[in-house]
Design a protein around this ligand. Structure first.
Ligand code: FE
Ligand code: FE
Ligand code: ZN
Length: 277
């Protein structure tokens, strides 16, 4: 069954997100765990969570994808920034234990001038300090566009991080279609080849979610500017192949396209129409 949702604002809580998802025809959604620019999360309202879980069960929702603030940098050169990233992620994961089976996506980080190897080492060390054997949440490394000194553009870098993490059964990957395309993987003309490469380097069993976005920029541009479905460099035909690919079609798809709710509802209708049952 198709699992489709989009990024929703968490400002009004979980029940509100669940209701919004129903309204736009989604059966899952993504949200920021706190202000995307970082900062303190407001206390979790357990009544709101319980009401959401009841709705999710009634509607047959797939668990949501929680997105860490994108300003966190697990491989910052400054130790204080790394500690801030660690404490924020730990706090997020503690809270997510109230949402069984959810996924927690984060941007691996930017090595700035330290070099990718150092970045990979620091990210893995960070994860080794955060992951707990008893946690129910799977933590996902997002594939990055390779803007600036971002770590995680290449499948090899993701693999190197995973290889260094002890509790790697708690780790997976979220494939962002805009990012991988901007990062130089031609999912328009060679989707099979790219996924075969992903399988060889990382392993398809690690792939747990897809960010379904079109891109404003050409292949390999390393830009990371999302576009509405069908209106960018990927186009409808490639997106249709993506949602139906045997390696992807059972994963949850999350739209992060520049849209209001009505726009998301339209794109969800398009994905439903494109998806072959
Ligand atoms: Fe992201
Ligand atoms: Fe993304
Ligand atoms: Zn992006």
């Amino acid at each position: 069954m198709l699992k489709i949702g989009c990024h929703l604002s968490s400002a009004k809580g979980f029940l509100a997100m669940g209701r919004e998802a129903v309204k736009i025809g989604a059966n899952t959604f993504q949200f920021f765990t706190r202000n995307p620019r970082g900062g303190k999360a407001k206390a979790l309202d357990l009544d709101d969570v319980a009401a959401y879980l009841a709705l999710a069960e009634k509607e047959g929702f797939f668990p949501p994808l929680a997105h860490a603030p994108y300003t966190l940098n697990a491989c910052a050169a400054d130790e204080n920034l790394r500690t801030f990233a660690k404490e924020t992620m730990e706090d997020d994961l503690r809270r997510l234990e109230h949402l069984p089976g959810s996924l927690y996506n984060f941007h691996p980080g930017s090595h700035v001038k330290q070099g990718a190897e150092k970045g990979i080492e620091l990210i893995a060390a960070q994860l080794n300090g955060i992951l707990r054997p008893e946690q129910q949440t799977t933590v996902l490394l997002e594939t990055m566009a390779g803007k600036g000194s971002e770590v995680g553009r290449s499948f090899e870098e993701l693999r190197e991080i995973i290889d260094r993490v002890e509790l790697s059964d708690k780790l997976g990957v979220c494939l962002d279609t805009c990012h991988v395309f901007d990062g130089g993987y031609d999912i328009v003309n060679n989707l099979d080849g790219v996924l075969t490469e992903f399988d060889r380097v990382v392993g398809l069993k690690r792939l747990r979610a897809v960010h379904l976005n079109d891109s404003m920029n050409p292949l390999g541009s390393r830009k990371d500017r999302h576009q509405k479905l069908g209106e960018g460099s990927l186009g409808y035909a490639a997106l249709e192949r993506i949602v139906n690919h045997p390696a992807l079609r059972d994963l949850p798809f999350y739209l992060e396209t520049p849209n209001d709710l009505e726009g998301y509802a339209r794109e969800i209708r398009w994905v439903k129409g494109a998806y072959r049952d």
